[in-house]
Design a binder for this molecule. Structure first.
Ligand SMILES: Cc1cc2nc3c(=O)[nH]c(=O)nc-3n(C[C@H](O)[C@H](O)[C@H](O)COP(=O)(O)OP(=O)(O)OC[C@H]3O[C@@H](n4cnc5c(N)ncnc54)[C@H](O)[C@@H]3O)c2cc1C
Length: 412
């Protein structure tokens, strides 16, 4: 029998791995426990994903052309989504996961991958092969499936990683509400996504209002240590957005964990981890869709070369290529999170720096096209000087955070 690959989780990462494996003629089975509910997600994606994975643009609800960044003191910076060499492709794509994931799964099935609606409940990986136990969602019974290799694409709680005996990763919680607004209010988000900074809405990440086809998704990220406060932070965000949400109707409340650290090892004997299961969300933006798809594709390509000898040593080529290509970018974004979201003064500096056209272009080049092209020296010098000035300004003349201002006004 030809070697078979088992993928646990058929969301963005798992389905992309399946599409890639089928493209290489490899027998593939996906196990997915949740085919009816959408993965909680803001759904912001770079246009690069649509080109690189040959995705139809009808999956895009809205093309966001502006970002509004609001600092803790209410300082607003509205920036156009434009790259160094502007094109029509300069935008942030907004998708709904209930539509997007379904499309990817169907594409994987159309290419011959099998999809089992079931929950993985046990996994044995030995030198002879992989044996998985799953509980079927259709008949409720427990079944067994054998494979040559398993790919864990099962998200931030990754049962696959658990069964492999790996520790849980530090996790943030992201919680969001989807709201239908009166048309007059929705117009404000026609082509604009909002980012809110401040301890009262997100102590170490950010909060957002992202437009979807006929509603908005508003949410917050809370890093490890703040996860218990997630609901309170979301309530603060709604207060802060205020009248713009008046008359809105909540159609869905959703929350899920995000990994906050990449795994040291992502490939083992007969096993690989991708996407959130491997901790591949980037820090500053909480962006994980593109990275789950990219890691699914790369893991599948490496696996195809070593299917006859899927040892850790061979499969770890996936890890080496990944960090060679993206290591600098992950490090840079980790430092940026620490620098920009570290405390409220830094959040003010961060908002101010977003007004700098060079910073805007570098940010959008790296987000939209996933390239980190170093800026010319003169530009780097100017940016450094602007950062120093913004640091000095915000530490000498401290802005009053909104909640303090609200308290003082209330007392008056
Ligand atoms: C509220 C929120 C907002 C976000 N916003 C954005 C955003 O705007 N842009 C962005 O790029 N990223 C965003 N992210 C991150 C993004 O959602 C994830 O990084 C991405 O979905 C990871 O994809 P994945 O395929 O690795 O895992 P997931 O999408 O988490 O999929 C894992 C799959 O495994 C399945 N599974 C789990 N356990 C089992 C089991 N035992 N048996 C069978 N199946 C199982 C699950 O049902 C799920 O379908 C957000 C995350 C959250 C929580």
């Amino acid at each position: 029998m030809a070697p078979r690959v088992l993928i646990v989780g058929a969301s963005v990462g798992g389905a992309t791995a399946a599409i890639t494996l089928r493209g290489l003629g490899i027998e593939t089975v996906m196990i997915e426990k949740e085919l009816l509910k959408a993965k909680p997600c803001g759904g912001a994606m770079p246009p690069a994903a649509f080109r690189e994975f040959d995705l139809p643009t009808h999956l895009i609800d809205r093309k966001v052309k502006h970002c509004l960044i609001v600092s803790p003191s209410g300082q607003e910076t509205r920036i156009p989504v434009v790259s160094t060499t502007p094109t029509d492709d300069d935008y942030v794509a907004m998708v709904r996961r209930e539509v997007f994931d379904g499309y990817l799964r169907e594409r994987a099935q159309a290419r011959g991958a099998e999809l089992i609606h079931a929950q993985l409940v046990g996994l044995d990986v030995t030198s002879a092969g992989v044996r998985a136990r799953y509980r079927s969602m259709s008949d409720g019974g427990e079944h067994v499936i054998d494979a040559a290799v398993v790919i864990g694409a099962d998200g931030s709680y990754s049962p696959t990683a658990k069964f492999l005996g790996l520790p849980a990763l530090p996790r943030a919680i992201a919680i969001q509400e989807r709201m239908v607004l009166p048309a007059s209010q929705m117009a404000r988000w026609e082509d604009t996504a909002d980012i809110y900074l401040g301890q009262e809405v997100s102590p170490d990440l950010y909060a957002w209002a992202f437009p979807k086809q006929d509603h908005i998704a508003i949410g917050i990220g809370a890093g490890p240590g703040h996860t218990q406060r997630a609901k309170e932070l979301l309530a603060n965000l709604k207060r802060r957005i205020g009248p713009a949400l008046a008359g809105g109707r909540v159609i869905l409340r959703e929350a899920h964990a995000l990994p906050m650290e990449p795994r040291k090892q992502m490939a083992f004997d007969r096993a690989m981890l991708i996407g959130d299961a491997a901790g591949l969300v980037v820090h500053t933006s909480g962006e994980g869709i593109y990275w789950a798809m990219k890691s699914g594709q790369l893991a599948a390509q490496v696996l195809a070369q070593h299917l006859d000898a899927p040892t850790a040593q061979n499969l770890r080529a996936y890890e080496r290529i990944w960090w060679m290509q993206y290591g600098t970018m992950y490090k840079f974004l980790e430092i940026l999170q620490w620098w920009g979201y570290g405390n409220e003064r830094q959040m003010e500096v961060f908002t101010e720096m977003c007004r700098n056209p060079d910073v805007q272009r570098l940010t959008f080049d790296s987000y939209m096209y996933k390239t980190m092209v170093p800026a010319p020296w003169a530009v780097q010098m100017k940016m450094t000087w602007d950062i120093i000035r913004a640091q000095a300004r915000n530490y000498v003349r401290r802005r009053t955070p909104l909640r303090e201002r609200d308290r003082v006004l209330a007392e008056v």
